[in-house]
Design a protein around this ligand. Structure first.
Ligand code: ADP
Ligand code: MG
Ligand code: ZN
Length: 476
């Protein structure tokens, strides 16, 4: 049914990259021995008092500012009561009625169309522990290292109209978190999680349809797939004049479907109430202004500047500004050799390929921006052919060696000496008389074959432009 409109709103949980937990001094380090990063506070012993981590608050305020939110000068932590073995206190401390920030928005691009998505609220809360089920032993283990790790919850307005918009929104949020260096934003590792709410309604109708909520989606692909499945399921129900039931569902990636987890009747009643152990969170205007001034240039602004300042196509600007480190690397290269599009071509292909293969971060890579810009310059100045440049690039990348030095070491300087090139051209013409004949008769496509032979003979060192010219002179 084409007259149905999809409505999506997302709740995102991002783990904040603080050294210590949100209400105690325990380390937030990932991967340590289970239950080693715990203390009486995060394990919920009686009589202890939590204290809010100022760094967590600072990160939360930065995100709120980056999303154009109004930061409330006073917000409150509440207790969200429920029982689960990985929640030792029997409640989670979270902001409920009075969140840290509200009324923001973010612009996302979906296939060249820019869309404005409202941010309802941003609040802080603590993470729960981790249950590890071992069916073979018939037991479950609980690891409390994650208990009390600071989370930011970001709730959107129901402003998205397609699964693609939802995933573009998530990527944009993650981009900002990473630019701000306040979260890893890693969905697979669980430091960036998403619950997706979706409903359908007749086009033109202002009232929202009944929604379902899909919990714990852990990849962008799963978000899109799960939402696509829900659109299919909802529209089938609506077409058959059956009701959509408001419920929580889970996505099963193996079957690419969602299944019911719990209905409205089983929905928790969390009995929220203000936490009596924590004072209200007061945020001063001066501090907000200072944090605002400290914000780095954010992905959208940088994207626009890359197009404006470097004259790059949108696709290049998109890729290059997707990560702050990558954008920095590009700008350092372009600063040393002012041919941004040429630099961009190298960064987006050879550089990113090596980086992915090495599986390391830009910071940890041996190559420096000056190496890449020097290489691009050497190709432009015809010191080496682009073939050779590509051949030696993996070594430059891995060793971080100056390309001029490597070219000297390996004696790879491009042959532009016409005498030497003419000799090679003549040799090729002698070796392929029939092809030469055909070329003269009009098979101009054979040119690339001839040039290829000389390139092979010269082990890639011949200047292909000159070789081409000499062939033309010789073969008429
Ligand atoms: P909770 O899920 O905790 O009850 P809310 O009711 O505030 O929280 O909604 C959570 C998310 O669901 C928000 O992102 C909101 O935009 C979205 N949402 C609410 N109603 C609908 C709806 N009918 N269709 C699609 N999304 C919705
Ligand atoms: Mg919800
Ligand atoms: Zn602790």
């Amino acid at each position: 049914m084409s007259d149905l409109e999809t409505v999506i709103g997302l709740e995102v949980h991002a783990q904040l990259k603080t050294e210590s937990k949100i209400f105690c001094a325990c380390s937030t380090r990932f991967g340590d021995e289970p239950n080693t990063n715990t203390c009486p506070i995060c394990t919920g012993m009686p009589g202890v008092l939590p204290v809010l981590n100022k760094r967590a608050l600072e990160f939360a305020v930065k995100m709120a500012l980056a999303l154009d939110c109004r930061v409330n000068s006073r917000s409150i932590f509440a207790r969200k009561n429920y029982f689960y073995p990985d929640l030792p206190k029997g409640y989670q401390m979270s902001q409920y009625e009075s969140p840290l920030a509200e009324h923001g928005h973010i612009t996302v691009m979906v296939r060249d169309v820019s869309r404005d998505i409202g941010i309802t609220r941003i609040h802080m809360e603590e993470d729960a522990g981790k249950s590890i089920h071992s069916p073979s032993e018939g037991v479950s283990y609980v690891d409390l290292n994650r208990t009390g790790v600071p989370l930011l919850e970001i709730v959107s307005e129901p402003d998205m109209r397609s699964p693609q918009e939802a995933s573009a929104y998530l990527k944009a949020l993650r981009g900002i978190l990473r630019y701000l260096e306040i979260s890893d934003g890693n969905m697979e590792e669980g430091s960036f999680r998403c619950d997706a709410n979706i409903s359908l309604r007749r086009a033109g109708q202002s009232q929202l349809g009944t929604r379902t909520e899909i919990k714990n989606l852990n990849s962008f692909r799963h978000v899109e797939k799960a939402l696509e499945y829900e659109i299919f399921r909802h529209s089938g129900l609506l077409q058959d004049k059956e009701a959509v039931i408001q419920e929580t569902r889970l996505y099963d990636p193996d079957r690419a479907i969602t299944v019911s987890m719990r209905g409205k009747e089983e929905a928790h009643d969390y009995r929220y109430f203000p936490d009596p152990d924590l004072v209200p969170v007061l945020v001063e205007e001066d501090w907000i202004l200072r944090l605002k001034q400290e914000l780095p240039e954010l992905p959208t602004a940088r994207f626009n500047r890359f197009i404006r300042e470097y004259g790059l196509p949108a696709e290049d600007a998109q890729v290059l500004t997707s990560e702050r480190e990558l954008a920095d690397f590009f700008e350092q290269c372009a600063g040393q050799y002012a041919h941004p599009k040429k630099i961009s071509n190298w960064v987006m292909t050879e550089f990113l390929r090596e980086l992915h293969q090495a599986g390391c971060s830009i910071r940890d890579a041996a190559i420096r921006p000056e190496h890449l810009s020097a290489l691009v310059r050497m190709v432009d100045e015809q010191v080496i052919s682009s073939r050779i440049a590509k051949n030696i690039f993996p070594e430059i990348f891995a060793r971080g060696v100056d390309p001029a030095k490597l070219v000297r070491e390996k004696e790879l300087v491009q042959i532009s000496d016409s005498g030497a090139l003419e000799e090679m051209v003549d040799e090729v013409i002698r070796a392929y008389p029939e092809e030469a004949q055909k070329y003269r008769q009009g098979r101009k496509k054979l040119m690339s074959f001839f040039v290829g032979q000389v390139m092979k003979m010269s082990r890639g060192q011949a200047n292909p432009g000159l070789v081409n010219q000499i062939f033309k002179d010789r073969l008429g």
